[in-house]
Design a protein around this ligand. Structure first.
Ligand code: DX5
Ligand code: ZN
Length: 219
């Protein structure tokens, strides 16, 4: 099991401090939410945050959750900034574009992820499986941290895991949104292996303690 903290709900004015605490608590992968104010009604970071992160903490893996329908500008920019993985939304572009950008990531030795919103049928995964290193199922509608896990997600996770078993290689399933001490266990039981958590880790004043609790639940 992997815990990938989303820094969206960390303390923006003390980001370095929060990241260091998570690393000291054993975190090796971070989830960076990129919001463009168009595909989702919120704004977050640009590529400079990623290149600074990469420079300051070179051992951390950075997965970029790209909530944008402007891949032409942003995918190359985040690849250049040093992303280890870019996760593209199925809903953000047409299938030809999606194929193009998945190929682009492969050619640039960057891992490729596909993200599905809560109302996108998981069966769309079948068409792209050969190009994916990871699948991310949203367990809230994207745009904001601190939302509630959608209960129907459990069934979707199980369906997606079943589909992904048909691929030639192992494609792990990640969940994002409303993950806490209770919902992490539900998602794990349904088959998820990578857990994004934002407010649960960063909002209660004890980053290391929250990570330890989540680890204990996911053991
Ligand atoms: C929502 C983001 C999530 C979110 C997670 O659009 O993709 O990564 O920040 O935050 P919590 O864990 O608070 O739901
Ligand atoms: Zn995210």
């Amino acid at each position: 099991m992997i815990i990938a903290p989303s820094i969206l709900n960390a303390d923006n004015l003390n980001l370095q401090k929060d990241i260091k605490q998570a690393i000291t608590a054993g975190i090796s992968r971070f989830h960076i939410d990129i919001m463009d104010g168009h595909f989702v009604p919120n704004l977050s970071y640009g590529p400079e945050l990623v290149s600074d992160f990469r420079q300051e903490f070179p051992a951390s893996q950075l997965e970029i959750h790209l909530m944008s329908d402007k891949p032409d500008v942003l995918v190359p920019a985040f690849v250049k900034a040093g992303a280890d993985m870019v996760e593209l939304h199925y809903e953000a572009m047409d299938e030809d574009e999606l194929n193009h950008w998945l190929d682009y990531l492969r050619q640039n030795q960057v891992n490729a992820g596909l993200v599905l919103n809560p109302d996108t049928p998981v069966t769309v995964l079948e068409k792209f499986m050969s190009k994916l290193d990871q699948v991310l199922l949203m367990t809230v509608y994207p745009g904001f941290g601190g939302q509630k896990f959608i209960p129907e997600s459990r069934e979707r996770i199980a369906q997606a895991v079943k589909l992904l078993k048909m691929a030639d290689k192992k494609i792990p399933l990640e969940v994002d949104g409303g993950i806490n001490g209770e919902t992490a266990g539900l998602a794990k039981a349904a088959g998820a292996e990578i857990f994004v958590a934002g407010s649960y880790i960063f909002k209660n004043g004890n980053i290391a303690g929250q990570i330890k609790e989540l680890e204990a639940i996911l053991k």
